[in-house]
Design a protein around this ligand. Structure first.
Ligand code: AMP
Ligand code: GLY
Length: 425
């Protein structure tokens, strides 16, 4: 099978690593890929957002399965274009991907189907939104409704902060047209967990749970990032909670989408808060999470390509998912200064030594923001590497991941030091 992976981050490196290991894979391409992915795939220089060029390439190369990592190409209709050309893809159509690309749509769907989520109101008009905020006393969360690279949610302590958030989104338009519409919702509290599921339109298979660490600083301090680390599984999500989320969230969401003529295929990612009143959906993503995918796939023992193919063909019932019982922890090493401005092009050393430390591949270093320059591996993004390790316990996996991190160096390298502590305490 000829496979194309769209994207070039740590998530796509983990996907490429697993797909390349499948006996079903005869040729693997990545667009644009990265030097880590380039170890097993042919990287083609097409940006992950360029839907036209991606579709043209897939059609020209008669790609059997296109696996879409990031959300932009999904929202931009890449899967629709491939469907129209008779090619298989892993990922939802633009209409189904609206679950992520349009938070107002997702809220409406959840409200219609009594799917547990924060109470919310949607506004297109700044003055009406302002009036609403001023009429409330409880803490609110203000969100740009469109795609905002994970940075469109403002968790506010008081109405002043909510008004500032509204001004950022609707007046200063820091997220562009993604902020033409806002969702203002009740602020919930409780531990967060991500539950990702394979969905083939009808059948749902949940993966092992994971937890991301969005803030830049230890103890969840400082501004949000794309994700500074993750671990899998998340022990706060008990089997009972997972079953409840399947029943109350995943099944009704997938059914509602199918009945409304937008059958969902791909990964359905529910970002949840476990409140005193039960699990509530904070957001849906229509793709694998980054960096959650790194520890999740570290534990997957089944043939990933077989699973992705079954999703694309609506035959998910025929496959089983087998997991390594050992937990996995991923620590992201980022450029100094991220999520603000940072230098690029700094040489990276020590990856081989870090990986050599694991028995039989128990330590993997996934590339996220790296490039080759003059034969050397250099930094090329905010999140540079995802150093991931398996261990007998979460604490052992954490220790191993950090031991691997200590072998890797680049100027200004930064990481959080408390990844997975929530699961250990
Ligand atoms: P989102 O982009 O919607 O996932 O939101 C990003 C982050 O904001 C989440 O991971 C939560 O930490 C926080 N958040 C979002 N919605 C709420 C909410 N209703 N109550 C409390 N925190 C929230
Ligand atoms: N790690 C959060 C996300 O992928 O959206």
């Amino acid at each position: 099978m000829k496979v194309l992976i769209v994207g070039g981050g740590g998530r796509e490196h983990a996907l490429a690593w697993r797909i390349a290991a499948s006996p079903l894979c005869t040729k693997l391409y990545a667009a644009p890929g990265n030097p880590g992915i380039g170890q097993f795939a042919h990287c083609v220089n097409i940006p992950a957002e360029d839907v036209e060029a991606l579709a043209k390439f897939a059609i020209g190369e008669k790609i059997d399965l296109t696996v879409v990592g990031p959300e932009d190409a999904l929202a931009g209709g890449l899967v629709d274009k491939l469907d129209a050309a008779g090619l298989k893809a892993f990922g939802p159509t633009a209409a189904a991907a609206q679950l992520e690309s349009d938070k107002a749509f997702a809220k409406h769907l959840m409200r219609q189907h009594a799917i547990p989520t924060a109470e919310a109101r949607v506004f297109d008009d700044f003055l009406k939104a302002e009036e609403y905020v001023l009429s409330r006393t409880e803490p609110l969360v203000v969100k740009a409704s469109g795609l905002a690279k994970g940075k469109g949610a403002y968790v506010c302590d008081n109405p002043e902060q909510a008004l500032d958030a509204l001004a950022e989104i609707m007046k200063k338009r820091v997220h562009g047209e993604a902020g033409d519409r806002v969702v203002i919702e009740q602020r919930l509290s409780g531990p967060e967990v991500s539950l990702l599921a394979f969905v083939d339109g009808r059948t749902i298979y949940t993966m092992e749970t994971a937890q991301d660490h969005k803030a830049i600083g230890d103890g969840d301090s400082g501004p949000n990032t794309g994700g500074m680390g993750a671990y899998c599984p998340a022990p706060v999500a008990t089997d009972a909670i997972i079953s409840q989320v399947e029943r109350e969230v995943l099944v009704p969401t997938v059914d509602a989408l199918r009945r409304s003529g937008r059958p969902y295929k791909g990964v359905l990612y529910a970002g949840l808060m476990l409140t005193a009143g039960g699990p509530r959906v904070l957001e849906f993503n229509c793709r694998f999470g980054d960096p959650e995918t790194q520890p999740i796939l570290m534990r997957l023992q089944s043939d990933l390509l077989e699973v992705l193919w079954a999703v694309a063909n609506g035959t998910l019932e025929d496959v089983t998912l087998k997991w390594d019982p050992r937990p996995a922890v991923c620590v992201v090493m980022s450029s100094g200064g991220y999520p603000g401005s940072y230098k690029k092009g700094l040489p990276i050393t020590g990856i081989e030594a870090a990986e050599a430390d694991g028995d039989d591949g128990d330590v993997k270093v996934f590339h996220a923001g790296t490039a080759r320059s003059g034969g050397k591996l250099v930094t090329a993004g905010g999140r540079v590497l995802g150093v991931t390790a398996l261990g007998e316990t979460i604490a052992a996996a954490k220790k191993r991941a950090y031991a691997a991190v200590s072998k890797i160096a680049f100027e200004g390298a930064y990481c959080r030091h408390d990844i997975a502590d929530k699961a250990i305490k």
